[in-house]
Design a protein around this ligand. Structure first.
Ligand SMILES: Nc1ncnc2c1ncn2[C@@H]1O[C@H](COP(=O)(O)OP(=O)(O)OP(=O)(O)O)[C@@H](O)[C@H]1O
Ligand SMILES: [Mg+2]
Length: 297
């Protein structure tokens, strides 16, 4: 592996050869606009470590995928409701949320929960603090790991991609997300202890693969909040590369205050600052994933 020095970093933007991960940067093809929609690929955004960029990635990857013609459904699966807030929706007063669907409340239908967002072709299933009660209430249910799958089943034909924003825990809600997903994206903050807990996460994924969902794959690990100017961030990225090699996405998300700014504005960065480096990075990630995912037949 080639070490990324300041000189190679400077050379890796247009015309250069190496990406920040130290590998040659591939050119991903222009994504094809789907001729018809569905059935959706379900992708869980998972890391039990808090504040690593799960919600930011769900919003901005979703918006970047919708921009290239994919129909996207975002699922807020965190009682904090940060995904909803980041899309400009205050989930606190909502009467109907994912919680009611999980609890199979007879008077709440999925259409009542489903919200459209400011991004064309991107919808949201919102959550609020009530979701924190779901884990306890689900424990005694039969097939408790399949509750989210039951909710999504009638929806998948109308979308191309479902992104589930998980809470920072490996509890039953996250297991539900892993059970219904085809694949997982693992955001990792380029900071001290980035890999702390990743072994445990991998163990949980393996258990779900063996016991609940044989088709579950790892799409990749996404380095986030990367600051190419600091030796520390470059070293962390190299450690991630040493640990996971080709499982690390070529696309790396740099640290920029435009992300918290966009969250405050309740917009994806692709709308808030469409020409920014951050918007470009999530568009790159969308292209990288669309090139990796098997084409639907
Ligand atoms: N690339 C980035 N550059 C700078 N700030 C970022 C970046 N990505 C995310 N942030 C900020 O870092 C904080 C944590 O990000 P985010 O909420 O996406 O993480 P999370 O993994 O979903 O956290 P939690 O585990 O609490 O759900 C937020 O304030 C967000 O705006
Ligand atoms: Mg989050």
């Amino acid at each position: 592996m080639t070490a990324t020095t300041d000189a190679t970093w400077a050379a890796q933007t247009p015309g250069g050869t190496l990406g920040p991960t130290g590998r040659p940067r591939p050119v991903f093809p222009d994504p094809l606009v789907p001729e018809r929609h569905g059935p959706a690929r379900i992708v869980a955004m998972v890391n039990q470590k808090g504040g690593v960029g799960k919600t930011t990635t769900t919003i901005n990857l979703g918006a970047a995928l919708a921009e290239v013609g994919q129909r996207v459904l975002l699922v807020d699966f965190d009682p904090q409701g940060a995904l909803s807030v980041g899309l400009g929706i205050d989930p606190r007063p909502l009467d109907a949320t994912v919680y009611d669907l999980l609890m199979e409340e007879p008077d709440v239908t999925v259409d009542e929960v489903l919200l459209s967002t400011s991004v064309e072709d991107m919808d949201l299933l919102p959550s609020n603090i009530f979701l924190s009660g779901a884990e306890i209430r689900l424990v005694n249910e039969v097939a408790r790991e399949y509750a989210l799958q039951r909710i999504l089943e009638p929806l998948v034909d109308g979308y191309d991609i479902v992104l589930i924003d998980c809470q920072p825990s490996l509890g039953l809600l996250t297991v539900n997300a892993l059970t219904c997903a085809q694949s997982v994206i693992i955001p990792l903050e380029c900071e001290f202890f980035a890999l702390r807990g990743v072994a445990l996460l991998m163990e949980s994924i393996t258990k779900v693969q063996e016991r609940l969902n044989r088709k579950l794959e790892i799409d990749g690990l996404l380095a986030t909040m990367y600051d190419p100017r600091t030796l520390h961030a470059r070293e962390v990225l190299q450690t991630i590369m040493q640990g996971f090699g080709d499982k690390v996405f070529h696309t790396v998300i740099n640290r920029t205050v435009r992300f918290p700014d966009a969250t405050l504005a309740g917009e994806p960065i692709t709308q808030f600052d469409p020409t920014s480096m951050g918007a470009t990075a999530y568009r790159d990630l969308a292209r990288e994933l669309l090139a990796r995912w098997p084409a639907r037949v």
